[in-house]
Design a protein around this ligand. Sequence first.
Ligand code: HEM
Ligand code: HEM
Length: 340
Amino acid sequence: MYERTYTQRRSLAQRRANVRHASACRPLLDTDKLKHVGHFPSLLVACATFFLIIAGALVTSHDAGLATSDWPLSNGQFFPRMVGNLFWEHGHRMIATTVGLLTIVLTIYLLRKEKRRWVRRLAVFALFAVIAQGLLGGLTVKLMLPLAVSAAHATLAQLFFCTVVNLAVVTSPSWERRVATIDEQGIVPARYLCLAAVATVFLQLIIGATLRHSVTWDKFLPPDLLLAHIAGAVAVTLMLAITALTILRRHPNQIFLTRPAAIALALLGIQLLLGLAAYVTRQASPNDPQPLNPMVAITVAHVACGALIFATTIILTLRSFKCLRSTGEFEFAGGFRVKS
Ligand code: HEM
Ligand code: HEM
């Protein structure tokens, strides 16, 4: 007769305990999933918007904004032949239409399923932002790319991206699980440093958009705007580096905070190099016969990396407000925070 050894009996008992534990956890996991229904769709819209920003930047860098002066149709057609610069311009419109439709679906979905009112409001804001962005896109074509409208279109693109990244963050499973339990250290709270970094990056995006749309590739960049953008780069570098290093130094074991801080630092380094390369290729481009691929690739990468820096800084800010608290604050079990 087969006799089980002590070790075999122990491992069997352990496996049974594991099965019992797993079935006890299952309903909890299911409710967890149900709670975060909005995360995947928000993430999908955020990724699609990032792709759309790249597609838009390709329109600008190829100087394809007026491939057709028609809107909402392109050369009187719903789907024209995608030849020459129309490939970039009409391609951008098609991707924008897809993002618009996805945002409508996301908003309806969150309005039906999301419990938190402020998240539902944020979704409605995203919907209005994407509609306004589409209208600005049409307007910039109809008015033949005036600086104010084109720069506003580029800036609202970043704001819309920021809103959907926000939605993806606050609907994520890791967001709900966290409560503010980590005490702020130092004189200046890290949360306020994060806020200041977001504001500085956003201002730099506006200056960048104004610089980029002030002249086409066949003219030299205006020195005053270029200087303003370089001054902005210094401000962003200082603000973001101070913020990220503060987080890394004060909370080295909080990966929830240190990961976005480290990513923001890495992206900042890449962005500074791309900015320098964008400057060099743009200074050379007025002598070129047409927008050449190195200039197009570098300027588009600079716009895209700007969007990624903005998104990462926003994630860092949201997370810092989620899990850091001022010293002297304590938490009730119900989740309300009061000053002691
Ligand atoms: C969700 C909607 C949209 C988003 C997020 C978006 C985003 C962008 C971005 C990021 C750029 C590049 C800006 C830059 O490189 O500085 C751009 C350029 C452009 N977009 Fe859109 N866009 C949207 C909808 C539209 C629509 C519906 C049109 C309709 C015509 C349009 C027309 C243009 C044009 C013509 C440019 C080039 C502007 C220029 O070179 O001055 N966009 N878009
Ligand atoms: C961290 C710092 C920086 C950020 C966040 C940033 C961001 C941006 C963005 C977002 C744009 C395009 C805006 C748009 O059209 O939507 C832009 C344009 C530009 N940036 Fe920066 N930038 C930074 C640093 C620099 C530096 C150090 C330089 C080097 C001189 C530079 C040179 C340029 C140039 C030349 C353009 C215009 C490109 C073109 O005409 O196509 N940037 N920047």
